[in-house]
Design a protein around this ligand. Structure first.
Ligand SMILES: Cc1ncc(C[n+]2csc(CCOP(=O)(O)OP(=O)(O)O)c2C)c(N)n1
Length: 371
């Protein structure tokens, strides 16, 4: 199995896939990062106004990771992620309205208001969920990859997780199995350096060289600058093309080269707390400010302005547009009906219900509660 270092995959080869992206594609990437940023600002506001219940994890700062990686995939490549999932859902094409309505607990949400912020799911866009158990999405991602291989499809799964998940057994079991079966999956560590309030160096062995985690399983390793959407795109485009080729070859198709699963250490940073209730005592304001200097949106916008692919006025116009879309999403969520109680009992089991689950479930439970 090919073992590549980040340098070989991400840096040394001279032709960068992103060189081939025209102004239109770059503009789409810029717009999507701006939409995620503005949408999440509205989300924070709604949460503070107690319109959103449960937990809520903001993705601001990490936009380039979702946008760069997803732009490098085919629309039917499955993705799966953790609970910090709004950015992935939007980048995958979920309508902002359905995303916001989900958080508001409304029937118009992407999973009828039953999942909330941490459980965005969008099967038509091949987004197989945000998952709240740290690392819990990894075995499911491997299942998605196994399905592709079993059904002889040349798709590639992208499975996102945070650096905290590096210490979960489920992730290691998943990488092991993916390596043995040479499954078409990219494991992506969105390395924002913190799992809740714990710095990666305090909770993870070999934190300054995560390649060992991949090499232990004979998995291709790459690093990318997760604050740079084009570097992220380049890394994922190369890996996905490589894996796709290899999968096809294993299945007896013709256009092939490359090898197996991959692991990407995507170095990024979240500007906001772990969740909305985090006082952030574990890091300084200066540290956050220093990372804000690397802002992924400004970086791409400045590059595009310098290379005459967009004007400042055009970028400002996109900002007005995405702010309006975010406002519209809030209005839609606010005006949508709340999810009725009976809905809590649908979509839980595949049909047919087990015998004990038939009948009027809310009524059954009420009766049980009343003795
Ligand atoms: C198995 C499990 N253990 C603990 C938790 C509590 N918990 C929720 S988020 C989190 C930190 C995870 O950090 P990381 O994976 O780095 O993701 P990030 O929040 O940085 O995106 C923890 C420990 C959980 N949800 N699941």
């Amino acid at each position: 199995m090919t073992i590549l270092t980040g340098e070989i995959v991400g840096k040394k080869s001279t032709a960068r896939p992103s060189d081939a992206l025209d102004a239109g594609r770059r503009r789409e990437m810029l717009r999507m990062m701006m939409l995620i940023r503005r949408f999440e600002e509205r989300t924070s506001q709604s949460y503070t106004q107690t319109k959103i219940g449960g937990f809520c994890h903001i993705y601001i700062g990490q936009e380039a990771t979702a946008v760069g990686s997803i732009a490098a995939l085919r629309p039917d490549d499955p993705i799966i992620t953790a609970y910090r999932d709004h950015g992935h859902a939007l980048a995958r094409g979920m309508a902002p309205r359905y995303c916001m309505a989900e958080m508001y607990g409304r029937i118009t949400g992407c999973v009828k208001g039953k999942g909330g912020s941490m459980h965005m799911f969008d099967k038509p866009h091949h987004m197989y969920g945000g998952h709240a158990i740290v690392g819990g999405q990894a075995p499911l991602g491997v299942g998605l990859a196994f399905a592709l291989q079993y059904e002889k499809k040349d798709g590639v799964v992208v499975c996102y997780f945070g650096d905290g998940a590096l210490n979960q057994g489920a992730l290691h079991e998943s990488m092991n199995l993916a390596a043995i079966w040479r499954l078409p999956i990219i494991f992506v560590c969105e390395n924002n350096m913190y799992s809740m309030g714990t710095h990666i160096a305090r909770g993870t062995s070999m934190a300054d060289d995560l390649s060992v985690k991949a090499h232990a399983y004979g998995i291709t390793y790459a690093e990318c600058d997760g604050m740079d959407v084009l570097d992220t795109y380049d890394t994922f485009k190369r890996l996905a093309d490589d894996i796709r080729g290899s999968t096809s070859r294993a299945l007896g198709f013709e256009n092939n080269s490359g090898g197996g699963p991959a692991f990407v250490n995507c170095k990024t940073y979240r500007y906001k707390g772990h969740s909305m209730s985090d006082p952030q005592k574990y890091r300084t304001k200066d540290e956050v400010a220093a990372h804000e200097q690397q802002d992924p949106i400004n970086k791409l916008a400045n590059l595009m302005i310098e290379t005459h692919q967009i004007t400042q006025e055009e970028a400002d116009k996109i900002d007005v547009e995405v702010k309006q879309i975010s406002l519209d999403a809030v209005k839609f969520a606010n005006e949508s009906p709340e999810t009725p109680e009976g809905e809590l009992y649908t979509d839980v089991y595949a049909n047919p219900f087990p015998p004990y689950m038939t009948g009027d479930l809310p009524e059954m439970l009420r009766q049980r509660e009343n003795g």
